[in-house]
Design a protein around this ligand. Structure first.
Ligand code: SF4
Length: 164
């Protein structure tokens, strides 16, 4: 097993400080490579092939993000990030240690998100993209069936669901 920060991660692309649509504030978005959902109307089909994209180590990816993003807000998207759960967890923890605000987008249901990833992140967006429910007016949503979760607010209010 590689050391935590040497964990490999495949990346489709990175948008530095370039999105206000992927969580609160101006954010850097990391599009991880690989997705098994094949949603109709997907905007990122180039992320589907798990062998595509560019190989990084978590440390190398974190270093590049920290060198090139000014606002310290990062969304880990895809593709489906939960296909690379060890890398996602290590990246979240590395960025949080440096004071970053971190969001994870997944097409899966919340019950499928590993507890350690949920515990480490600031926000989650969960739920599959459904083209027939596509929206451009609900903040951070691709389709209206999805859910954006403010994890820190849940923790403060004590309203988080029971541990899985
Ligand atoms: S989960 Fe996201 S990246 Fe994967 S097919 Fe669906 S919309 Fe595309």
């Amino acid at each position: 097993m590689p050391a935590l920060l040497e964990i490999p991660v495949r990346v489709s692309g990175i948008k530095y400080d370039g999105s206000i649509a992927d969580g609160p504030g101006m954010r850097t978005v990391v599009f991880l490579q690989g997705c098994d959902k094949r949603c109709k109307g997907c905007h990122n089909p180039e992320t589907w092939d798990p062998k595509g994209g560019v190989a990084y180590s978590v440390q190398g990816l974190a270093d590049e993000i920290m060198a090139r993003s000014e606002f310290r807000r990062v969304t880990i998207s895809g593709g489906e990030p939960l296909l690379q759960p060890e890398a996602v967890l290590a990246l979240i923890r590395t960025l949080k240690d440096k004071g970053y605000d971190v969001c994870v987008y997944t097409g899966r249901h919340r019950s499928c998100v590993p507890q350690d990833i949920e515990d480490a992140a600031d926000y989650l967006k969960v739920g599959e993209f459904m083209e027939e429910l596509k929206t451009s007016v609900i903040p951070y949503m691709g389709s209206s069936n999805q859910e954006f979760i403010y994890l820190n607010e849940e923790r403060l209010s004590g309203s988080a669901p029971c541990p899985k």
